[in-house]
Design a protein around this ligand. Structure first.
Ligand SMILES: Nc1nc2c(ncn2[C@@H]2O[C@H](COP(=O)(O)OP(=O)(O)O)[C@@H](O)[C@H]2O)c(=O)[nH]1
Ligand SMILES: [Mg+2]
Length: 306
């Protein structure tokens, strides 16, 4: 098994996309060997991660597609991880993403993988950190992670990405003031997409004012206007991303927080591995018959007996 995994990783590192797809499936489903694969990953990956988040329909997939056109034309190799809502009602959207990005499905310089979100409250795929780490071991210049901005996922994407883009659309115009603080705090670049719509100018102006108010060390968060469907503003956006990455070689502030959480989860899963809930329930039912039953003494005894 260990030899196979070594071989698989070597293939991934040389740019074999079939091997990469197999590796992701291994991690996503915790198939045999997935821990070996994780343990062998290299931390010295060159690829930087760009997070694109924002409300559903803001044009994140269209922006991703437009950025792919821009960077592939410039000779870059790009991987895309699209985290789509897993609700069956959103199946059309998943299909839509696939169709829209299909220009690239046979392009050797592009790798695209859709992942389901898990959990009713949104959030990223539970294996997003592992999968991103794996993709970073493949020879891509950039990794784009597209996520729907709902609740917890915003904090996650900010920890995961080296540059986080928040995409908004004119409909949000008057609501900038009321937009959740969360999504504002994580943006390294704002995009006003669908700038072909009338009210785009208002949203743009409001965001600029806000970016100015929040400026740290005289540096304002860039706000870029785009019409993703016709590739308008994409060069400016790509430039803003490249400038940001160039000026920020340090780890994003939220990375430690995110990885601490991940590490905690891994330890928790390992420690709980031997606890069989059914056995616990049976033992508890028996112990409960005793007049001297004490839940805490029982729990301590059960734990030290397993
Ligand atoms: N008018 C206009 N429509 C756009 C633009 N960008 C995306 N769209 C459309 O908006 C819809 C949602 O886009 P999509 O990329 O799927 O949004 P996502 O849910 O954020 O990934 C699609 O019908 C796109 O064609 C734009 O700049 N202008
Ligand atoms: Mg999308």
């Amino acid at each position: 098994m260990q030899g196979n995994i070594k071989q698989l990783l070597a293939e991934i590192q040389t740019g074999d996309v079939k091997a990469l797809a197999r590796g992701i499936t291994l991690l996503e489903n915790e198939l045999p060997g997935y821990e070996d694969l994780l343990l062998q990953l290299s931390h010295t990956q060159a690829a930087r991660v760009i997070g694109i988040t924002g409300p559903p329909g803001a044009g994140k997939s269209t922006l991703t597609n437009a950025l792919l056109h821009h960077w592939v034309d410039a000779g870059k190799k790009i991987a895309v991880i699209a985290v789509d809502p897993s609700s069956p009602f959103n199946y059309g959207a998943i299909l839509g993403d696939r169709i829209r990005m299909s220009d690239f499905y046979t392009n050797p310089n592009v790798y695209i993988r859709s992942l389901a979100t898990r959990g009713a409250l949104g959030g990223l795929n539970p294996k997003i950190i592992e999968i991103t780490d794996l993709v970073k071991n493949a020879p891509y210049d950039l990794v784009i992670v597209e996520t729907v901005g709902v609740g917890q996922s915003e904090v996650e994407i900010a920890g995961l990405a080296d540059c986080t883009i928040v995409a908004l659309v004119p409909e949000a115009g008057d609501e900038v003031q009321t937009l959740k603080a969360g999504i504002m705090e994580i943006a390294n670049i704002f995009v006003v997409n669908k700038a072909d719509r009338e009210s785009a100018e208002t949203l743009y102006r409001n965001l600029r004012i806000m970016a100015h108010e929040k400026a740290a060390d005289g540096k304002e968060i860039p706000v870029v206007k785009t019409v993703a469907t016709v590739q308008q503003g994409i060069t400016e956006l790509a430039d803003a991303i490249e400038t940001y990455l160039h000026e920020h070689n340090e780890l994003p502030a939220k990375r430690v927080h995110l990885l601490t959480e991940k590490s905690w989860q891994i330890i928790q899963a390992k420690r709980m591995k031997d606890i069989d809930r059914r056995k616990l329930s049976e033992a508890l039912a028996n112990a409960l018959q005793q007049p001297a039953f004490n839940l805490y003494a029982f729990t301590r005894a059960f734990e030290s007996n397993t």
